[in-house]
Design a protein around this ligand. Structure first.
Ligand code: VAH
Length: 316
Protein backbone atom coordinates (compact mmCIF):
# COMPACT_ATOMS: atom_id res chain seq x y z
CA UNK A 1 0.00 0.00 0.00
CA UNK A 2 0.98 3.62 -0.61
CA UNK A 3 -0.15 6.48 1.61
CA UNK A 4 -0.41 10.01 0.17
CA UNK A 5 -0.65 12.71 2.87
CA UNK A 6 -1.91 16.01 1.48
CA UNK A 7 -3.81 14.23 -1.32
CA UNK A 8 -6.08 17.26 -1.74
CA UNK A 9 -3.27 19.67 -2.62
CA UNK A 10 -2.05 20.82 -6.03
CA UNK A 11 0.65 18.11 -6.25
CA UNK A 12 -0.99 15.56 -3.94
CA UNK A 13 -4.16 15.38 -6.04
CA UNK A 14 -2.23 14.68 -9.24
CA UNK A 15 0.21 12.28 -7.57
CA UNK A 16 -2.67 10.29 -6.05
CA UNK A 17 -4.27 9.94 -9.50
CA UNK A 18 -0.98 8.86 -11.09
CA UNK A 19 -0.12 6.37 -8.31
CA UNK A 20 -3.64 4.88 -8.52
CA UNK A 21 -3.26 4.58 -12.29
CA UNK A 22 0.06 2.74 -11.84
CA UNK A 23 -0.64 0.60 -8.77
CA UNK A 24 -4.41 0.28 -8.65
CA UNK A 25 -6.75 2.62 -6.80
CA UNK A 26 -7.36 0.25 -3.86
CA UNK A 27 -3.59 0.21 -3.12
CA UNK A 28 -3.27 3.99 -2.75
CA UNK A 29 -4.71 5.61 0.38
CA UNK A 30 -5.52 9.30 -0.06
CA UNK A 31 -5.30 11.30 3.19
CA UNK A 32 -5.98 14.97 3.73
CA UNK A 33 -7.05 17.29 6.54
CA UNK A 34 -10.04 18.33 4.40
CA UNK A 35 -12.68 16.01 2.95
CA UNK A 36 -12.15 15.37 -0.80
CA UNK A 37 -13.18 18.30 -3.01
CA UNK A 38 -13.95 15.92 -5.87
CA UNK A 39 -16.22 12.87 -6.07
CA UNK A 40 -13.61 10.50 -7.48
CA UNK A 41 -10.89 10.51 -4.79
CA UNK A 42 -12.99 8.74 -2.13
CA UNK A 43 -14.95 6.60 -4.60
CA UNK A 44 -11.97 5.30 -6.58
CA UNK A 45 -9.96 4.23 -3.55
CA UNK A 46 -9.52 4.51 0.24
CA UNK A 47 -9.63 7.98 1.77
CA UNK A 48 -8.73 9.00 5.36
CA UNK A 49 -9.34 12.42 6.88
CA UNK A 50 -6.02 13.14 8.60
CA UNK A 51 -4.30 16.15 10.16
CA UNK A 52 -0.60 15.26 9.94
CA UNK A 53 -0.05 17.22 13.19
CA UNK A 54 -2.19 14.60 14.99
CA UNK A 55 0.52 12.02 15.68
CA UNK A 56 -1.86 9.43 17.19
CA UNK A 57 -4.20 9.57 14.21
CA UNK A 58 -1.22 9.33 11.83
CA UNK A 59 0.07 6.25 13.69
CA UNK A 60 -3.40 4.68 13.56
CA UNK A 61 -3.66 5.21 9.78
CA UNK A 62 -0.18 3.75 9.18
CA UNK A 63 -0.93 0.79 11.49
CA UNK A 64 -4.21 0.17 9.66
CA UNK A 65 -2.85 0.27 6.07
CA UNK A 66 0.83 -0.70 6.65
CA UNK A 67 2.08 1.38 3.67
CA UNK A 68 5.49 0.54 2.19
CA UNK A 69 5.72 4.10 0.83
CA UNK A 70 4.50 7.40 2.28
CA UNK A 71 4.33 10.56 0.14
CA UNK A 72 4.19 13.47 2.58
CA UNK A 73 2.93 16.50 0.66
CA UNK A 74 1.04 18.44 3.34
CA UNK A 75 2.54 21.92 3.85
CA UNK A 76 1.88 25.65 3.71
CA UNK A 77 3.37 27.10 0.53
CA UNK A 78 5.55 30.22 0.35
CA UNK A 79 3.01 33.07 0.25
CA UNK A 80 0.69 31.52 2.86
CA UNK A 81 3.56 30.60 5.21
CA UNK A 82 4.94 34.14 4.98
CA UNK A 83 1.59 35.44 6.24
CA UNK A 84 1.32 32.73 8.97
CA UNK A 85 4.93 32.10 10.07
CA UNK A 86 4.26 30.01 13.21
CA UNK A 87 1.65 27.80 11.51
CA UNK A 88 3.92 27.51 8.47
CA UNK A 89 6.83 26.33 10.59
CA UNK A 90 4.64 24.04 12.72
CA UNK A 91 2.89 22.28 9.83
CA UNK A 92 5.98 22.07 7.59
CA UNK A 93 8.35 20.90 10.35
CA UNK A 94 6.28 19.06 12.98
CA UNK A 95 4.30 17.43 10.19
CA UNK A 96 7.54 16.13 8.67
CA UNK A 97 8.85 14.94 12.06
CA UNK A 98 5.59 13.06 12.71
CA UNK A 99 5.90 11.28 9.35
CA UNK A 100 9.62 10.49 9.74
CA UNK A 101 9.16 9.15 13.31
CA UNK A 102 6.10 7.08 12.39
CA UNK A 103 7.96 5.69 9.36
CA UNK A 104 10.93 4.58 11.50
CA UNK A 105 8.72 3.19 14.29
CA UNK A 106 6.33 1.32 11.99
CA UNK A 107 8.73 0.06 9.33
CA UNK A 108 7.69 2.17 6.33
CA UNK A 109 10.21 1.47 3.53
CA UNK A 110 10.35 4.80 1.70
CA UNK A 111 9.31 8.37 2.53
CA UNK A 112 8.98 10.99 -0.20
CA UNK A 113 8.62 14.65 0.66
CA UNK A 114 8.93 17.72 -1.58
CA UNK A 115 11.51 20.44 -1.16
CA UNK A 116 11.63 23.53 -3.36
CA UNK A 117 13.81 26.10 -5.10
CA UNK A 118 12.71 28.19 -2.10
CA UNK A 119 15.66 26.69 -0.15
CA UNK A 120 17.92 29.10 -2.07
CA UNK A 121 18.18 32.71 -0.94
CA UNK A 122 19.15 36.19 -2.23
CA UNK A 123 22.90 35.45 -2.02
CA UNK A 124 22.69 32.16 -3.93
CA UNK A 125 24.01 32.34 -7.53
CA UNK A 126 20.79 32.94 -9.51
CA UNK A 127 21.71 31.49 -12.92
CA UNK A 128 22.12 27.70 -13.13
CA UNK A 129 21.96 27.42 -9.36
CA UNK A 130 24.18 24.44 -8.37
CA UNK A 131 23.16 21.40 -6.30
CA UNK A 132 25.66 22.42 -3.61
CA UNK A 133 25.83 26.17 -2.98
CA UNK A 134 25.16 29.00 -0.55
CA UNK A 135 21.73 28.60 0.97
CA UNK A 136 20.32 31.40 3.11
CA UNK A 137 16.57 31.32 2.46
CA UNK A 138 14.75 34.38 3.81
CA UNK A 139 11.19 33.03 3.67
CA UNK A 140 9.43 30.93 6.33
CA UNK A 141 8.69 28.32 3.69
CA UNK A 142 12.28 28.22 2.41
CA UNK A 143 13.69 28.01 5.97
CA UNK A 144 11.33 25.09 6.73
CA UNK A 145 12.22 23.29 3.50
CA UNK A 146 15.98 23.68 4.06
CA UNK A 147 15.64 22.42 7.64
CA UNK A 148 13.47 19.56 6.39
CA UNK A 149 16.12 18.56 3.83
CA UNK A 150 18.75 18.33 6.56
CA UNK A 151 16.45 16.36 8.88
CA UNK A 152 15.56 13.99 6.04
CA UNK A 153 19.26 13.33 5.50
CA UNK A 154 19.74 12.86 9.28
CA UNK A 155 16.97 10.19 9.39
CA UNK A 156 18.57 8.48 6.41
CA UNK A 157 21.99 8.37 8.04
CA UNK A 158 20.92 7.66 11.63
CA UNK A 159 17.95 5.35 11.04
CA UNK A 160 18.55 4.06 7.50
CA UNK A 161 15.14 5.43 6.46
CA UNK A 162 15.00 5.71 2.65
CA UNK A 163 13.96 9.39 2.48
CA UNK A 164 13.87 10.90 -1.02
CA UNK A 165 13.15 14.47 -2.07
CA UNK A 166 13.09 16.91 -5.00
CA UNK A 167 13.56 20.70 -5.04
CA UNK A 168 10.56 21.42 -7.27
CA UNK A 169 10.37 24.59 -9.33
CA UNK A 170 6.96 26.21 -9.72
CA UNK A 171 4.49 23.49 -10.76
CA UNK A 172 1.78 24.06 -13.35
CA UNK A 173 -1.15 21.73 -14.04
CA UNK A 174 -4.80 21.81 -15.09
CA UNK A 175 -6.26 19.04 -12.86
CA UNK A 176 -5.89 20.82 -9.53
CA UNK A 177 -5.74 24.40 -8.32
CA UNK A 178 -2.66 25.55 -6.39
CA UNK A 179 -2.95 27.25 -3.02
CA UNK A 180 -0.77 30.01 -1.70
CA UNK A 181 2.28 29.67 -3.92
CA UNK A 182 4.33 32.53 -5.35
CA UNK A 183 4.52 30.72 -8.70
CA UNK A 184 0.75 30.21 -8.88
CA UNK A 185 0.33 33.17 -11.23
CA UNK A 186 1.44 30.74 -13.93
CA UNK A 187 -1.66 28.58 -13.30
CA UNK A 188 -4.13 31.44 -12.73
CA UNK A 189 -3.14 33.09 -16.02
CA UNK A 190 -4.26 30.09 -18.13
CA UNK A 191 -7.67 29.98 -16.42
CA UNK A 192 -8.18 33.68 -17.14
CA UNK A 193 -7.23 33.28 -20.81
CA UNK A 194 -9.69 30.41 -21.31
CA UNK A 195 -12.41 32.36 -19.47
CA UNK A 196 -11.87 35.26 -21.89
CA UNK A 197 -10.90 37.57 -19.03
CA UNK A 198 -7.88 39.85 -18.57
CA UNK A 199 -5.30 38.82 -15.96
CA UNK A 200 -3.67 41.05 -13.33
CA UNK A 201 -0.31 39.47 -12.52
CA UNK A 202 1.07 39.79 -8.96
CA UNK A 203 4.68 39.59 -10.19
CA UNK A 204 6.50 42.03 -12.49
CA UNK A 205 6.60 41.07 -16.17
CA UNK A 206 10.35 40.27 -16.20
CA UNK A 207 10.39 37.99 -13.12
CA UNK A 208 12.18 34.88 -14.34
CA UNK A 209 11.46 31.74 -12.31
CA UNK A 210 12.18 28.02 -12.78
CA UNK A 211 8.94 26.25 -13.73
CA UNK A 212 7.76 22.76 -14.66
CA UNK A 213 4.67 21.19 -16.19
CA UNK A 214 2.93 18.71 -13.86
CA UNK A 215 3.48 15.63 -16.08
CA UNK A 216 7.25 16.26 -15.86
CA UNK A 217 7.03 16.70 -12.07
CA UNK A 218 5.11 13.41 -11.70
CA UNK A 219 7.63 11.60 -13.93
CA UNK A 220 10.59 12.98 -11.96
CA UNK A 221 8.98 11.97 -8.64
CA UNK A 222 8.31 8.38 -9.73
CA UNK A 223 11.68 8.04 -11.51
CA UNK A 224 13.43 9.11 -8.29
CA UNK A 225 11.33 6.75 -6.14
CA UNK A 226 12.02 3.83 -8.50
CA UNK A 227 15.77 4.50 -8.78
CA UNK A 228 18.06 1.92 -7.11
CA UNK A 229 19.16 3.34 -3.72
CA UNK A 230 22.85 2.90 -4.56
CA UNK A 231 22.49 5.30 -7.51
CA UNK A 232 21.52 8.20 -5.25
CA UNK A 233 24.39 10.57 -4.38
CA UNK A 234 22.01 13.13 -2.83
CA UNK A 235 19.97 12.50 0.33
CA UNK A 236 19.06 16.08 1.15
CA UNK A 237 17.04 16.94 -1.98
CA UNK A 238 17.77 16.94 -5.72
CA UNK A 239 17.82 20.10 -7.80
CA UNK A 240 15.21 19.64 -10.54
CA UNK A 241 14.72 21.85 -13.57
CA UNK A 242 12.77 21.95 -16.83
CA UNK A 243 12.40 25.53 -18.02
CA UNK A 244 12.44 29.16 -16.83
CA UNK A 245 10.17 31.92 -18.02
CA UNK A 246 8.80 35.32 -17.07
CA UNK A 247 5.17 36.49 -16.95
CA UNK A 248 5.79 38.34 -20.24
CA UNK A 249 6.94 35.12 -21.92
CA UNK A 250 4.04 32.95 -20.73
CA UNK A 251 1.67 35.73 -21.83
CA UNK A 252 3.20 35.69 -25.33
CA UNK A 253 2.91 31.91 -25.39
CA UNK A 254 -0.80 32.13 -24.53
CA UNK A 255 -1.37 34.90 -27.10
CA UNK A 256 -0.38 32.38 -29.81
CA UNK A 257 -3.89 30.97 -29.11
CA UNK A 258 -5.66 34.04 -27.67
CA UNK A 259 -4.22 37.07 -29.55
CA UNK A 260 -6.46 39.51 -27.63
CA UNK A 261 -5.54 38.17 -24.18
CA UNK A 262 -4.52 41.12 -21.96
CA UNK A 263 -2.24 41.06 -18.90
CA UNK A 264 -1.49 43.92 -16.51
CA UNK A 265 1.18 43.82 -13.80
CA UNK A 266 0.70 44.78 -10.14
CA UNK A 267 3.53 43.27 -8.06
CA UNK A 268 2.51 42.58 -4.44
CA UNK A 269 4.17 41.00 -1.39
CA UNK A 270 4.98 37.92 -3.44
CA UNK A 271 7.46 39.90 -5.59
CA UNK A 272 9.99 39.95 -2.73
CA UNK A 273 9.67 36.18 -2.35
CA UNK A 274 10.18 35.61 -6.09
CA UNK A 275 13.18 38.00 -6.13
CA UNK A 276 14.94 35.83 -3.51
CA UNK A 277 14.73 32.70 -5.67
CA UNK A 278 16.94 31.47 -8.56
CA UNK A 279 16.19 32.26 -12.19
CA UNK A 280 17.40 28.85 -13.41
CA UNK A 281 18.52 25.54 -11.92
CA UNK A 282 21.47 23.20 -12.61
CA UNK A 283 20.00 19.70 -12.26
CA UNK A 284 23.06 17.82 -13.61
CA UNK A 285 23.16 15.53 -10.53
CA UNK A 286 19.58 14.32 -11.13
CA UNK A 287 20.41 13.68 -14.79
CA UNK A 288 23.52 11.70 -13.80
CA UNK A 289 22.05 9.70 -10.88
CA UNK A 290 18.64 8.71 -12.21
CA UNK A 291 18.53 9.91 -15.87
CA UNK A 292 16.30 12.92 -15.34
CA UNK A 293 15.12 14.49 -18.63
CA UNK A 294 12.22 16.94 -18.85
CA UNK A 295 9.81 16.76 -21.79
CA UNK A 296 7.75 19.96 -21.72
CA UNK A 297 8.83 23.37 -23.02
CA UNK A 298 6.75 26.52 -22.43
CA UNK A 299 4.84 26.40 -25.73
CA UNK A 300 4.23 22.63 -25.47
CA UNK A 301 2.86 23.15 -21.93
CA UNK A 302 0.68 26.08 -23.06
CA UNK A 303 -0.79 24.05 -25.93
CA UNK A 304 -1.61 21.16 -23.56
CA UNK A 305 -2.91 23.34 -20.71
CA UNK A 306 -5.24 25.36 -22.95
CA UNK A 307 -6.52 22.25 -24.74
CA UNK A 308 -7.54 20.62 -21.42
CA UNK A 309 -8.84 23.77 -19.73
CA UNK A 310 -11.08 24.50 -22.73
CA UNK A 311 -12.57 20.99 -22.44
CA UNK A 312 -13.13 21.42 -18.69
CA UNK A 313 -14.94 24.74 -19.23
CA UNK A 314 -17.20 22.91 -21.69
CA UNK A 315 -17.79 20.06 -19.16
CA UNK A 316 -18.76 22.56 -16.44
C1 VAH B 1 5.41 28.12 -4.04
N1 VAH B 1 4.72 26.57 -5.78
O1 VAH B 1 5.25 29.01 -4.85
C2 VAH B 1 5.50 26.68 -4.57
C3 VAH B 1 6.91 26.32 -4.90
C4 VAH B 1 9.02 27.03 -6.02
C5 VAH B 1 7.64 27.41 -5.69
O2 VAH B 1 7.63 25.97 -3.76
O3 VAH B 1 5.51 28.34 -2.87
Amino acid sequence: TILVIGAGGQLGFELTHELRRLYGASNVVAADVRAPQDAETAQAGPFEQLDVLDQNRLTDVIRQYKPTQVYHLAALLSATAEQNPKLGWQLNMDGLFNVLDAAVDLGVKQVYWPSSIAVFGPDTPRQNTPQLTTMNPNTVYGISKLAGEQWGEWYFRKHGLDVRSLRYPGLIGYKSLPGGGTTDYAVDIYHKAVAGEAYECFLSEDTYLPMMYMPDALKATLDLMHAPADRLQVRSSYNLGAMSFSPAEITASIQRHYPDFQVTYRPDHRQQIADSWPASIDDTQARLDWNWQPEFTLDKMTDDMLLHLKEMVVLK
